[in-house]
Design a protein around this ligand. Structure first.
Ligand code: 6PG
Length: 224
């Protein structure tokens, strides 16, 4: 875990999301891994909005994913599908610059190896969220995907047994910049554990030559 975790704490989720959009556009990344789940939906919507759309050169952007559920792209649980609806279908992205994780492939091991081949050596930016158990991407506490030291993408299993594909710590920790966006009181306990040094997966994201910025709201951060 990095010596000092940098938390930017905002009084409201809206202000935190706006800060994440400002940092995204300021970094002007060319290769980005998008986060899944619910929290990033509003961030994606803001990046696609009139206020922000022209601040990013979408034609130059390559889109990857931090993780994916083992569902087809049009399934309601698909991170790819969510990112299409809330961002990619609303901005001039090059169709062949979006690299979906084929986590619905019958041979998840082979699909993960194929995905690893597609990844740039260093992602410019990785967007991540955190679950209430301190997981990030699909790196769940106690799952063997957390012990991958060679593979850059790997199959994973969620606590409910659902199959996933995830970027591994070697890939996350070779990124140039990581932004965590974590909102809501239900994330407070895991965040407190990470702040106190507990080795939960989200706390193990520490790029050797990159930066990590935790953008959180006051509800998630709790008292100082
Ligand atoms: C996923 C995500 C996962 C997510 C956390 C937080 O596919 O579910 O990539 O790591 O970031 O579970 O999810 P919420 O934003 O929905 O709370």
């Amino acid at each position: 875990m990095p010596e000092t975790l940098r938390f930017a704490v905002y009084p409201t989720p809206e202000l935190a999301i706006r800060a994440a959009a400002d940092l995204f556009t300021a970094l002007a990344p060319q290769t980005v891994a998008l986060a899944g789940g619910n929290t990033p939906k509003e961030l994606y919507g803001l990046l696609a909005s009139d206020d922000y759309r022209d601040r990013t050169d979408w034609h130059e952007l390559e889109i990857y994913y931090g993780d994916e559920r083992a569902v087809p792209p049009n399934h309601p649980d698909s991170n790819y599908g969510m990112s299409r609806r809330s961002l990619l279908d609303l901005v001039p992205i090059q169709p062949d610059s979006v690299y979906r994780m084929e986590a619905d492939d019958a041979d998840l091991e082979a699909a993960a190896d194929r995905y690893a081949q597609l990844l740039p050596q260093h992602l410019d930016l990785v967007l991540l969220g955190m679950g209430t158990d301190g997981h990030t991407a699909s790196l769940f506490p106690g799952d063997e995907a957390c012990d991958e030291h060679e593979r850059r993408a790997a199959p994973a299993t969620a606590p409910n047994g659902a199959r996933r594909m995830t970027l591994t710590f070697p890939t996350l920790n070779s990124a140039r910049h990581v932004i965590f966006l974590v909102l809501g009181a239900d994330k407070r306990d895991a965040l407190r554990q990470i702040r106190s040094g507990k080795q939960l997966p989200a706390g193990r994201v520490a790029p050797g030559r990159g930066d990590v910025t935790w953008i959180v709201d006051a509800a998630a951060y709790g008292d100082a």
